[in-house]
Write a protein that binds this ligand. Structure first.
Ligand code: ADP
Length: 218
């Protein structure tokens, strides 16, 4: 996976060197080198992040955090992109006391990643709903449930088992069609597991997907 962008960079450098007199060609090569380098950097950062988490070297800062602040961040990042794609974006804040326990940076990372996927895999004029909900069960303390729902392309049953594994993507040629590294959800799952929680997906091909996880309430 790291070899693909690296080979592109080496190949494009060779082509540029062989065509120094053709400025258009050189510029085209530099553009490709730039985008491959960006992709490679994302990949390296994700791999480092994942290996840090997997080796237990990730330190979680577990403190109380403001749900409003996190919701505002998701709204701020998502709204311009959903507007641009003409997607209806709804953010439901169904909680009374807006406090939850966990690692704020890591929680934002998870939400942005999953909401970013929803954006990527939902067609124009579609709909994405992020719901942050206080839930109660008989003998357990109150919890905060995070749900990210879209009416995009959906994920087959078979693929639902794979997508939380590093480098796995759904479908035949997801990476050439939609880009990505297949590392985002693996990282999300590791962070959620480190909080002693789980993440689930409910999805139907052609109908949409919903990702759900919970955190203890302060
Ligand atoms: P990436 O998006 O970088 O490929 P992820 O680990 O975030 O990696 O996601 C893995 C795969 O799961 C995606 O490539 C895609 O096939 C599938 N997937 C994730 N979220 C959605 C979604 N909301 N709708 C459809 N497919 C999804």
């Amino acid at each position: 996976e790291i070899r693909t962008p690296m080979n592109a960079i080496i190949g494009m450098t060779d082509i540029a060197k062989a065509n120094m007199s053709d400025m258009n060609k050189v510029e085209e090569c530099l553009d490709k080198i730039e985008s491959s380098s960006q992709h490679l950097l994302t990949l390296i950062n994700d791999i480092l992040d994942l290996s840090k988490i997997e080796s237990g070297r990730m330190t979680l800062v577990s403190r109380t955090m403001s749900l409003d602040k996190i919701a505002d961040k998701v709204e701020m990042l998502m709204r311009p992109q959903t507007d641009e794609k003409n997607i209806t974006f709804e953010l439901k804040r169904d909680y009374v006391r807006p406090i939850v326990v966990g690692d704020e940076l890591r929680l934002s990372q998870i939400l942005i990643n999953i909401a970013g996927n929803a954006l990527k895999f939902t067609h124009e004029n579609g709909k994405i709903t992020v719901r942050i909900q206080e839930v109660y069960s008989d003998n357990k303390a109150a919890r905060i449930k995070f749900s990210i729902k879209d009416n995009g392309i959906g994920i087959s049953r078979e693929d639902q088992k794979k997508i939380f594994i590093a480098f796995e993507q759904a479908g035949q040629n997801s990476s050439s069609k939609y880009g990505g590294t297949g590392l985002g959800l693996a990282i999300c799952r590791e962070i959620i597991n480190a909080h002693k929680q789980t993440i689930d997906v409910v999805s139907t091909v052609g109908v949409g997907s919903e990702f759900v996880f919970t955190l203890p309430k302060a």
